[in-house]
Design a protein around this ligand. Structure first.
Ligand SMILES: Nc1nc2c(c(=O)[nH]1)N[C@H]1C(S)=C(S)[C@@H](COP(=O)(O)O)O[C@H]1N2
Ligand SMILES: [Mo]
Length: 381
């Protein structure tokens, strides 16, 4: 363990928190104060002036890159949603069956503008020794602190994805135009658009091109969709090696306004205003449609997908919204009374759409839940 730098929080009690949904859906770009935190260990406060990222493994030239070295590569800005695989776990737990993991509600996601070199450019500088067709992987490691289940934090993605410039995978130095804050990975983190947040390794120390996936606990023993028969920790043991690591996240949407249990006054047209976010599946963005139902799916109304023009102005040259979330709003009819529900259903460019909650398969870790967005226990007056 590196004890040269300040650490905050502990292995036993890492920082894990999510913002209020009402606030989260109020801004297209998530400010870092509003962004969820997910840590498997303490937060290291590293010094940008002596930090280095090593590039090792199946490469022609091993590299040791300082932050100025990373800044010397062409810099790209990508607006993307970064989401914990366990986002919405609470809904899976309450609608389907008990699951194992942090009780995330719908706020373990942020939509930020990330800036830094493309991973593929850094790999090109090192020179890859295997051809694109070989089943190889790019592993990311952080050795700064021990974690709850391993001595270090690591993840990997397929080499083919890492080499694809269209995949927009970054070694991010900036978040929303400013240096990364320590809790989000300063001075450099990986950002893997469309892929589960677990692969976006913070406080990046090393990139390794290898023939195996990362052997870190969080790649091999967590962040997988196990089949429903793996229903206890003991049963899960037989499945970890047989299931693929979760990479692309599924299409999703969530209702942020109104809040559950709220008492909502109908407007002059007897309608309720509804707002939320929607996320495309993996690389299949952007979101093309969001529908909302105030009568448990009998009728659906198309929501308006909101476009934030100021973002185009601020992040010129980065108007591609394929990886971003979509914020949306609409008004729906809901009958007066108690115990009312509103649902949302998103569809992305490739036609992937959400299923009704009861059609979603349960999994032991409660990852990648994407049943309809739902707000319930409303009192409509
Ligand atoms: N080094 C390191 N990187 C990490 C993690 C971690 O615990 N340690 N958590 C991962 C997980 S599970 C998620 S969802 C995202 C969360 O990023 P955030 O804390 O910036 O929200 O970081 C990923 N990168
Ligand atoms: Mo996560």
């Amino acid at each position: 363990m590196n004890t040269k730098y300040k650490l905050t929080y502990t292995v036993k009690k890492p920082l894990n928190r999510e913002p209020k949904l009402h606030d989260l859906v109020s801004s297209f770009i998530t400010q870092h104060e509003q962004a969820y935190d997910r840590n498997h260990g303490p937060i290291p406060h590293l010094c940008a002036s002596n930090h280095r990222v090593g590039v090792y493994g199946l490469v022609q030239n091993e590299l040791s890159l300082s932050i100025p070295d990373l800044t010397a590569f062409p810099q790209h800005t990508v607006i993307c949603a970064l989401q914990c695989a366990g986002n919405r776990r609470h809904t899976m737990r309450t609608k389907l069956k008990e699951v194992h993991g942090i009780d995330w509600f719908d706020g373990a996601v942020m939509n930020c503008a990330w800036t830094g070199p493309l991973l593929c450019d850094v790999l090109a500088a090192a020179g890859i020794k295997v051809d694109e067709k070989t089943d190889a992987h790019v592993a990311f490691s952080c050795f700064q602190t021990p974690c709850q289940d391993d001595e270090w934090y690591g993840a990997s993605i397929p080499l083919s994805r890492a080499l694809d410039p269209e995949a927009s995978i970054l070694l991010a130095l900036k978040m929303n135009g400013e240096d990364l804050p320590p809790n989000h990975g300063a001075p450099v983190r990986v950002v893997t658009p469309g892929i589960a947040g677990a692969r976006s390794v913070k406080w990046l120390d090393r990139i390794t091109v290898q023939t195996q996936e990362s052997n870190n606990y969080y790649q091999r023993h967590d962040y997988k969709i196990l089949p429903p028969e793996a229903s206890t920790k003991e049963e899960a043991e037989q499945w970890w090696d047989r299931c693929d690591a979760l990479q692309d996240m599924p299409v999703n949407s969530v209702i942020g306004i109104p809040s559950p249990n709220a008492s909502v006054q109908l407007d002059e047209n007897e309608m309720v205003e509804v707002k939320g976010y929607a996320l495309p599946s993996g690389g299949d963005g952007p979101i093309v449609r969001v529908e909302v139902s105030g009568d448990e799916g009998k009728t659906w109304t198309d929501a308006q997908i909101l476009r934030d023009e100021s973002v185009k102005e601020k992040y010129k040259g980065c108007v591609e919204l394929k990886w971003a979330w979509a914020l949306w709003r609409t008004k729906v009819k809901v009958e007066k009374g108690k115990g009312r529900k509103i649902w949302s259903r998103a569809t992305d460019r490739s036609g992937n759409t959400q299923k009704a909650p009861m059609e979603v398969a349960w999994n032991f870790r409660g990852v990648a839940y994407n049943g309809y967005g739902e707000v319930d226990e409303l009192e409509i007056v």
